[in-house]
Design a protein around this ligand. Sequence first.
Ligand code: NAD
Length: 391
Amino acid sequence: MKLNRMLKMGMVGGGPGAFIGEVHRKAARMDGGIELVGGAFDINPRKSKQMGRELYLNSRRVYRTYTEMIEKELKLPVGERFDFISVTTPNNWHFPIARDLLDAGFHVMCEKPMTFDVKEAKQLRNIVKKSRKVFGLMHNYTGYPMVKLARDLVRGGELGKIRKIVVQYPQGWLAQPIERTGQQQAAWRTDPKQSGGAGCMGDIGTHAENLSEYITGLKITHICADLTIFVKGRRLDDDGNCLLRFNNGAKGILHASQISIGEENNLAIWIYGEEKSLEWRQEHPNYLHVKTPDGPVQVWRRGNDYVGEKSPAAGRATRLPFGHPEAFFEAFANIYCNFADTVRANMTKTKPDPLALDFPNVDDGLRGMLFIDSVLVSTKSKQKWTAFKKA
Ligand code: NAD
């Protein structure tokens, strides 16, 4: 059976002035298979309604709170109610909202880090498994075609055995205490009650951790971490350096920072094998550099047939011909495409295309929370080297 209509999307978070909710809305609708129908967009009920008006939504589908949303949506017949709901609130709300949505029978797309702590992450994993609903996690950097190509090259053995992984995510926007000026995104990220046990490491260190494991298929087994709070009076780390050990014996370095003045979103990864190495930079995402010991650097460029031939996942994640840059929105849209195809398969009780299952899920979310926990234990310990916590 085929679903002859667009998927109906609801959203929690993404109110007036919010950052990532709007990126979700634009990306989800990019390919025409998803329509935004409504949501509970803001912690302030009045602003939620305002957002609904700004988006020209039917006011009956714009709710004052997410609990009202669940209650009223469940009164609508299946097919009319939201099929899935995206959670784009600060971290402390991810778990209660995702749990209640899954319990009510909705598929869920959730922002990272998945929960507030490991306990919630384990609970959520059990809820997802029992629910048989589709749960996606927005580690958007795995949506880039050249990251998928990197994964397929590494996992296909092109680089030889992996020896070393260097991954960085420096930003500079929190170099000053802008949270004290009321800057919305800074205010909750630097508040332990809303952000969780880690600041910078939870916010962007988890992206670096996820990217390293996604591309290599390896797992971090041990961490030696050194977190710092550079800005006086701040309560959560704004910078961190980690040494890593991986389960094949590879060694690594992960550095994340929000006080590195001049850096914007300088996420980059270098993977060194016994035969070749590769380099990918988020600020230049259409290129993947492959290096050999004795030849010129090879530059793989997105949109060329040779990319799709080597990596069907990268081909599937490409919309524009070469030379017309694709970037952040498209990477989000790629996560949504695979998630939506998997939701459609679930709804029609058919098998999803194996390529559609290529989006971050609840297990990746749990790895992220275990990463944060292990980093926090290591930074406080005198022994330093800390085993990555078990799931
Ligand atoms: P933001 O402060 O800009 O927006 C948060 C929105 O959520 C606000 O509109 C707020 O009113 C609303 N909200 C809070 N609690 C709510 C509730 N209970 N019900 C309904 N709405 C509620 O924050 P942001 O920067 O957009 O970050 C939101 C989430 O997205 C965070 O978890 C963050 O880690 C994540 N994020 C991910 C990426 C990425 O690249 N994947 C980038 C930025 C942010």
